[in-house]
Design a protein around this ligand. Structure first.
Ligand code: 2YC
Ligand code: MG
Length: 263
């Protein structure tokens, strides 16, 4: 059964700067660091004078309105010198290199990559997004236990779960696809979690393309919900009722993770 990657829409990317600023203040409240600070701590890298070339790609479902423009705004927000090429695809790649790009950002319907032409490092959006959202949640200053709930164990969720295990957290995991759940239990030794079970968590990481995946019973007062998943895993009502600290943003946090991982 082929898992379709959830494609962003121009609507998801509206006011990307505002979404990024709000996400940055949420990350600061949860971790004490801003997004850039968490990336530097996670990868141990820092910016030099890398110039980022953003190449639109027309294959598959084609150009997504605002995607390249959002990447331009995102790279500027994090202080990178960047430009979007006039041409797409191969011509765009050529244009980017000819105009001095040191790092290439480009995405088709299946892969969104960052490639550092200077040191050869390459990053994929899916693991980089899983790892950075897990890292943010793992730095929850007011966490009262090492228990975390991970819902969604696919291309983004699994790397996130692996990162929590790597950092010594006790991971309770769930995925609607029993094969993915079984594989994660055997590969990572996580504890399979039945969403009917009313165990409350102060740290939750959700990575599904579905809405309202989290039952009320798992939410604790002021818990952290770190989620790249679109649409949102909880309703506005639950967010208010439990004063959930929500870290959710469509593209910038994952892109920052990719860029710092190839520096
Ligand atoms: O405009 C373009 O260049 C398009 N080829 C971009 C396609 C991106 C497809 N991927 C997504 O929509 C996203 C990923 C960026 C992260 C999750 N889904
Ligand atoms: Mg979701």
């Amino acid at each position: 059964m082929e898992i379709k990657m959830a494609l962003l829409t121009p609507h998801d990317l509206m006011n990307i700067n505002k979404q990024l600023q709000e996400a940055d203040s949420a990350v600061r409240r949860v971790t004490g660091l801003d997004i850039k600070g968490v990336c530097k701590a996670l990868y141990g890298t820092s910016q030099g004078s890398e110039k980022v070339g953003i190449v639109p790609v027309t294959s598959g479902n084609g150009i997504i309105g605002n995607f390249s423009a959002s990447l331009h705004a995102i790279t500027q927000y994090f202080g990178f010198d960047s430009f979007v090429t006039d041409m797409p695809d191969v011509s765009g790649y050529y244009e980017a290199v000819r105009n001095g790009a040191g790092i290439i950002l480009m995405a088709d319907d299946h892969t969104f990559l960052a490639h550092n032409l200077k040191n050869g490092k390459i990053a994929n959006n899916q693991p980089c997004t899983g790892i950075i959202y897990a890292e943010i949640a793992s730095r929850h200053l007011k966490a009262n236990s090492k228990d975390v709930l991970v819902v969604g164990l696919g291309k983004v969720g699994f790397p996130g779960a692996a990162h929590f295990v790597h950092k010594g957290f006790r991971v309770y995991g769930y995925d609607a696809d029993r094969t993915l759940l079984k594989r994660t239990v055997s590969n990572l030794g996580i504890i399979p979690f039945d969403l009917e079970n009313s165990k409350k968590f102060s740290i939750i990481f959700e990575a599904t393309p579905c809405a309202d995946t989290l039952p009320e019973a798992v939410l604790s007062e002021n818990c952290v919900l770190s989620t790249p998943g679109i649409p949102c895993a909880i309703s506005e009502e639950f967010r208010k009722k439990y004063d959930v600290q929500l870290v959710m943003e469509p593209l910038g946090i994952g892109t920052a993770s990719m860029l710092y991982s190839v520096l």
